[in-house]
Design a protein around this ligand. Structure first.
Ligand code: NAD
Length: 316
């Protein structure tokens, strides 16, 4: 009997026919629910599979403990924060991810959110559809400073595009030292506090980990310019949402535009009641181009690990 693999990403399901030739004899279990699986569902679904192509669904230590045949986990994308990596390594489960497949898509969404916030696009469309004709005043980006936190693969794609839009780009990333890139795009490298004080638009492009949990909290929000815009296409846990709510309500910043939330979907959260808070449903990588690249790369990675042609290895 052929071995089972679990494929959780919802967007993979939509292009599964294209991927079938890559799956060989493995028996795939797809996610046709249209929703991210819960830990409880993952416990059942992963119980007798040998491999998982994982989206943003939780692979906790419990899920790993319960999946006694599991040999390999292939991330559909980059961020591994939904996987208990320590538990996986303890059980010698191979791990891999697909860097380079969605950088452009996420960078373009970050810029989309910047434009949407600068010109109040969602509010304007909503008002027209309500029968109003409210011409909401926005701001230009041409004379503004973009502040980037994290200048990795996605951050650099933002820089390449933002260089033609903003007056200047300032960066905080203590691990980034590509002097050629810094010179080429005239980046000003700053410490965190100065970047928060000086930027008009701040876009987060760093990973979520123990060190970066609530990376933007009370102190950081208090440093922002009163008309600053905060954009987060990285991970929800980077921003302290209770503090962001207070800051937006008290006009300590102009607005925030996010693609990610600490809990997805967020349910009835008070931030959603604010007009100056925009949230898209974690769709940064959800483009035709990125989905096909991620699906093919994640499938090849999983099959190579299962057939012992690859030892895996999480890449940045
Ligand atoms: P990357 O690893 O290439 O880059 C991350 C950068 O952050 C690195 O340059 C690193 O030096 C920097 N960094 C790490 N810790 C930092 C800190 N404490 N302060 C400042 N900088 C720090 O990652 P990437 O591929 O560019 O992804 C960036 C983020 O985007 C990740 O959180 C990832 O999970 C997220 N992401 C979101 C989506 C989406 O659909 N919205 C899709 C893909 C990735």
């Amino acid at each position: 009997m052929s071995e089972k693999i679990l494929i959780t990403p919802k967007s993979y399901y939509k292009i599964r026919d294209k991927m079938m030739p890559l799956l060989g004899d493995y028996q795939p279990i797809f996610n046709d629910t249209g929703k991210t699986f819960t830990e409880k569902q993952m416990l059942n679904l992963a119980e007798d599979v040998v491999g998982i192509i994982i989206g943003i669904d939780p692979i906790s230590s419990k899920v790993i403990e319960n999946a006694s045949n599991l040999r390999a986990i292939s991330k559909y994308g980059v961020g591994m924060d939904n996987i208990d990596l320590e538990a996986a390594r303890e059980k010698n489960i191979k791990l891999d991810n697909t860097p380079g497949t969605n950088n452009v898509s996420v960078a373009e969404l970050a810029l989309g959110l910047i434009f949407a916030a600068a010109r109040n696009l969602p509010q304007a469309v909503k008002s027209v559809k309500k029968g109003e004709w409210k011409r909401i005043k926005g701001v230009e980006l041409t004379d503004k400073t973009l502040g980037l936190i994290g200048c990795g693969k996605i951050g650099r794609e933002v820089v390449k595009r933002a260089a033609g839009i903003f007056k200047s780009i300032k960066v905080y990333d203590p691990y980034f030292d590509d002097s050629q890139f810094i010179r080429k795009y005239k980046l000003q490298m700053l410490d965190k506090d100065r970047l928060l004080q000086e930027a008009d638009f701040i876009s987060l492009h760093l990973p979520l980990n123990k060190e970066t949990q609530n990376f933007i909290s009370r102190k950081e929000l208090s440093l922002l310019k009163g008309d600053a815009v905060l954009v987060n296409t990285s991970r929800g846990g980077l921003i302290d949402e209770a503090e962001l709510y207070q800051a937006l309500k008290n006009n300590e910043l102009e607005s925030a535009a996010c693609d990610v939330f600490s809990e997805e979907p967020p349910g009835k959260h008070q931030l959603l009641e604010l007009d100056n808070f925009l949230l898209t449903p974690h769709m940064g990588a959800n483009t035709k181009e990125a989905v096909e690249k991620m699906a093919a790369a994640a499938t090849r990675n999983l099959i190579a690990m299962l057939e012992n042609n690859s030892a895996g290895g999480v890449k940045n």
